[in-house]
Design a protein around this ligand. Structure first.
Ligand code: SF4
Length: 570
């Protein structure tokens, strides 16, 4: 029997890319490829690149070169670039980087298995000529759901997307709609839900309790510094039934928290005839069995609305977390970016949010050194940052992105001025986010345990206000003895200290709404005060049983935040 073909997926960039990688993994596994973690054990190393800013592109090229080095020593025979940089540069990347044996665009994703097989067999797959993907979908959002043949990574489309085959759906589009995958009856374990005809074709690439789900793709906004819409295309929502189906499947895989991702979640539903669709979808997602935390990322400040703030701050299981990329707060700079708002309007928005959920987490990204930015503009941004009490701040120095409007502006600042402003605002951001973390000392937080270090025993997780990757974390102290920490457990903890944006917290109770904890019956989660059948397990001798919670999403007391340097400015 021939050895199975092996493939490794190396993912760079943001959570959206992670979803795309898992969809590619699902397609490859369904076609018999064996997925391996270590690229040196793979016949083909697929690098899912990021094409957003120069630093991200450099990381992607480095990853491709590193994978190429494996060809000299190990099993690896081919290196293939996919993802945003591959889509954005296509044949130009292939010419500039002959070390990559293949450069595949989004249109190749549905046939990824065939493409890799061709490349592995020594064949050549002609790289695509990059095109503006905004032109692929109709200008009118209402007509987009019925457009056929547009590849949408992470939407779980079937392999016959180009056919535009009808797949009627009461909640979404009608005939000729984008074709979503039907789960083959004989998919191996871990590839498809146990039930449901319109399953996501996705394979998890890690076993952690957190996973992202694509809510939509693309963006209709025209921020002058941003190239994303040109290669991710116009905004298009996934149908609610697909988002729900994928979330149920993830819950069956052991996921406890889902994070909804897209380029702009506030626009969700606008092409499905209901701009408030997110408000109705969120409670349904939070009600999925096994899912104890739903988080929404990428909210556009200009599109925030009272009803959405209400749902985000009052729905059990949905965390009051606001990922609002303000980008700047000086009105002149914002207008030059083709964005809206100013310092006072942004502060009002934050007041509204905190009036409803004082413990809400807020993160944001900013660009400094934008063309025409004056010293007064920078001081205005500093005034905003100093008042905003943000948990996590990402700061980026402006650099030209080809194809963007801002790249054509004439009033550019010198590189050393941009660098100095970046250093100045980054220092301030670090100070302010550390202060914000300190404000949370003494409060209680609800922590999802994500890692238990086998050697040191250190237990880390995240509170409601902390998103994966970009924000801070919680380090739980006193992790031994009365409870047995494991990834996927929810713990109520009191914040006792900080380390920068990270929180140090003392566990008080294990939330038995967690199926992992509830199934355990060895007495280790039952110190003193609470016996079997209690709503939650209490740490013995800790006063104040009122701290306990077994309700997913019940308000937690504390939050924290990181430098956010990995975040991508949108
Ligand atoms: S910065 Fe964000 S909102 Fe603006 S065009 Fe880019 S993706 Fe869209």
């Amino acid at each position: 029997m021939p050895e199975p073909r092996t493939v490794a997926l190396v993912t760079l960039g943001c959570a959206r890319n992670e979803v795309d990688s898992e969809e590619l993994a699902g397609r490859l596994a369904a076609d018999g490829w064996q997925l391996v973690d270590d690229a040196s054990e793979a016949d083909v190393a697929v690098v899912n690149t990021c094409g957003f800013v120069d630093a991200a592109k450099k990381d992607s090229v480095d990853a491709l070169l590193e994978a190429n080095d494996l060809k000299a020593h190990g099993r690896t025979q081919a290196v293939v670039a996919v993802g945003c940089m591959a889509e954005r540069y296509g044949k130009d990347l292939a010419e500039a980087l002959p070390e990559a044996d293949g450069v595949l665009g989004f249109d190749d994703y549905a046939d990824i298995s065939d493409r890799l097989q061709t490349i592995l067999s020594g064949g050549v797959h002609a790289p695509h000529t990059p095109r503006d993907r905004r032109k692929l979908l109709p200008i009118s959002p209402a007509e987009r759901q019925t457009a056929a043949g547009v590849a949408l990574p992470g939407h779980g489309q079937g392999t016959d997307a180009a056919s535009g085959a009808a797949n009627g759906d009461a909640e979404g589009a009608g005939d000729g709609a984008l074709d979503f995958a039907e789960a083959p009856a004989d998919l191996p374990d871990g590839l498809a839900p146990a039930s449901g005809p319109r399953a996501p074709l996705r394979r998890r690439l890690d076993s952690g309790p957190v996973a992202s789900v694509k809510l939509a793709s693309g963006c209709d906004r025209r921020c002058t510094f941003c190239a994303i819409p040109s290669f991710r295309g116009s905004f298009i929502s996934r149908r609610p039934s697909d988002v729900l189906g994928e979330t149920r499947w993830l819950a069956e895989q052991g996921v406890r928290e889902v994070m909804l991702v897209s380029e702009n979640n506030t626009s969700y539903g606008k092409d499905l005839g209901d701009i408030r669709l997110l408000e109705t979808l969120l409670p349904e997602l939070a009600a999925v069995d096994g899912i104890a935390r739903v988080r929404v990322s990428y909210l556009q400040p200009a599109e925030m609305r009272p009803g959405l703030i209400d749902v985000l701050t009052s729905t059990p299981g949905v965390v009051p977390y606001f990922d609002l990329s303000f980008q700047h707060s000086a009105p002149g700079v914002l207008r030059a970016m083709r964005r809206f708002g100013d310092t006072d309007r942004f502060l009002d928005l934050l007041d509204t949010i905190r009036g409803k959920a004082p413990e809400a987490g807020v993160r944001s990204n900013f660009i400094v050194g934008f063309p025409g930015e004056t010293e007064d503009d920078l001081a205005e941004l500093e005034r905003f940052l100093t008042s905003a009490r943000l948990d996590a701040i990402g700061v980026f120095g402006y650099s030209d992105e080809e194809g963007t409007e801002a790249a054509t502006y004439e009033n550019k600042l010198d590189d050393d001025v941009v660098a100095a402003r970046l250093a100045r605002v980054s220092r301030l951001a670090e100070e302010l986010t550390a202060q914000r973390a300190e404000e949370r000392v003494g409060s209680t937080v609800r922590v999802l345990v994500e890692a238990v270090d086998e050697e040191t025993g250190e237990v880390t997780g995240r509170a409601d206000h902390q998103a994966p990757e970009t924000d801070g974390q919680v380090v739980l102290t006193d992790a031994g003895g009365w409870w047995e920490p494991a990834p996927g457990m929810f713990v109520t903890a009191r914040v006792t200290g900080t380390e920068g944006v990270d929180l140090i917290a003392e566990p008080l109770a294990v939330d038995e709404a967690d199926p992992d904890a509830a199934g355990r019956d060895d007495g280790r989660n039952e110190p003193g005060a609470a016996g079997r059948g209690a709503a939650a397990t209490v740490r013995g001798g800790v006063p104040g049983g009122a701290l306990l919670t077994s309700v997913p999403g019940a308000p937690a007391g504390a939050d924290g935040a990181p430098e956010g340097a990995e975040a991508v400015a949108r």
